[in-house]
Each structure stands twice: as C-alpha cells, then as structure tokens.
Write a protein that binds this ligand. Structure first.
Ligand code: ATP
Length: 234
C-alpha cells in the first residue's frame, strides 16, 4: 500500500533521513522506532507532504505522491495524526471533526457515517461534542486528532508518537483503539519512541538510527536484535 524508497530529507545541513526504504502492506500495522532525533518524525513528514524530500520516492497504492503538498496527500488517501496534535482549539469537538469535509474525500453520507464511527470508537468525544477543543485534556485532544484523521477515510494512517506526554491510562485507551482499527483492516504506520508499546501491537518493525533504517523484522525477531536494544534503552 505504502512504499517508501531511498527517501532522503534534510533540515538545512542536517541530513535527518538517509536512503530510507520501508513498506506498509495493506492491512498491516508497521512501527518505526528509534531514539530521540533518529529521524522518525522527519520521515513521516516527508511522506505526509509536510517536509519536501531531497530525493527518493513515496508511493501509495501504486501512485507516486513524492513531494506533493499536504492537502493533496490527504486527498490521495494518507492521513496523519501529528505529534503535538494540531487540532483547531477555538472550534468544538464536533466542528473539528466536520473539518474533514475539506479533504474532498467524503460525501455527506460518508461524513455522517464517519462521525458515528469516531464517536463509537471514542465515547469521550461523543460526550464532549459541543465542548471547545481548547478546553480538553491532552489525551482528549489526541483522541480528537485521531478522530479527525479517521474522518477522511484514509487508506493509510500515519501516527506520530501517539503516546507522547500522555498519562498511562490514556495511552492504554489509544493503543486499544489502534489495535481495534488494525483488526478492522486499517493500514497504519506508527512512529513511537516507546518501543515496548510499538513491538506489542505491530506486525513489522523498522528501527531507525541517525537517519537510517538499521534493522527490520517482525516484533519477536526485533526483540533479540542489538540495534533494537540500543533503540529501546539508548
Ligand atoms: P523525536 O522523537 O525527538 O521527534 P525523531 O526520531 O522523530 O525524534 P526528527 O525529529 O525527525 O527525529 O529529527 C531528526 C534530526 O533532524 C535530528 O538531528 C533533529 O535535531 C533534526 N531536526 C529536526 N527538525 C529540525 C528542524 N526543524 N530544524 C533543524 N533540524 C531539525
């Protein structure tokens, strides 16, 4: 479904992503793990159209979307839940979810179905539908960001550090939802600094170090790899 080939991306003189190859087959949950600064977020941003790659390619369902701007990437079926959440604080929960209409990917009926599904996945959002996003807790804002991405009916969902800065009980809720989505057939690329969590839910794991993929395999294989131990424990 998602094919990334020899992707390179830089921040000025910093080569953050070097020749990254990775693949997310349809229906799989693939994790990208690595220490702070390894280049995980830059990789996701380069896929999502938030950072222009220096070279390499990104293909979704056979279509080359390399370097496309973010709104076109969303329309092509890739939605990202960003680190730091990026919801619209002055709007209500419901209004934030309705913003997905601007993705141009959904009919009115699909919007309605999408809202029902998101409220079903996150009952807390349903309870707070008329509340301003700004007044919600960090965990609820993360759920909202997640829900808004799902509203665009993505073919591929990119999750950037969903556990970041959240209380363990909220992290559990989010990871249960990620597992539910995975079981329902969603295709997910998960960036996670908490490697234990990532290994527990994924089908395949890529380990990134200093901009490169240094190892990949299924979670059981990865647990016995020295690179993974370094990524886990520094
Ligand atoms: P984290 O978990 O901390 O987000 P990461 O693995 O996602 O880490 P990136 O954020 O992609 O890593 O960063 C990769 C490299 O690029 C790091 O050396 C980082 O310092 C550098 N970098 C990231 N963003 C910028 C920026 N806006 N300007 C300059 N350098 C940056």
């Amino acid at each position: 479904m998602l094919h990334v080939s020899r992707l390179c991306a830089a921040h000025g003189a910093v080569q953050a992503v070097r020749e990254v190859d990775l693949e997310v087959p349809a229906g799989d949950l693939v994790a990208l793990i690595g220490a702070n600064g390894a280049g995980k977020t830059t990789t996701l941003h380069a896929i999502a159209g938030l950072h222009k790659p220096a070279s390499g390619s990104v293909r979704v369902g056979g279509r080359d979307i390399t370097g496309w701007p973010c709104h076109k990437v969303v329309r092509s079926g890739v939605a990202m839940v960003a680190e730091g959440r990026r919801i619209a604080p002055p709007l209500t929960v419901h209004e934030n979810l309705e913003l997905a209409v601007y993705s141009g990917r959904t009919t009115k009926q699909q919007q309605k179905d999408g809202l029902a599904r998101v409220y079903d996945l996150f009952p807390r959002l349903a309870d707070r539908r008329d509340q301003l996003a700004a007044s919600m807790s960090g965990g609820e804002q993360q759920m909202l960001a997640f829900g808004r991405a799902l509203m665009t009916r993505p073919d591929v969902l990119l999750l950037d550090e969903p556990s970041m800065g959240l209380a363990p009980s909220i992290v559990d809720v989010l990871f249960e939802t990620i597992t539910t989505l995975h079981e329902s057939g969603a295709t997910i690329l998960l960036v996670e600094q908490n490697a234990e969590l990532a290994l527990a839910v994924s089908d395949h794991v890529y380990v990134m170090q200093r901009g490169r993929i240094v190892s990949h395999g299924d979670p059981d294989e990865m647990r016995s790899e020295p690179e993974v131990m370094t990524a886990l424990f520094g």
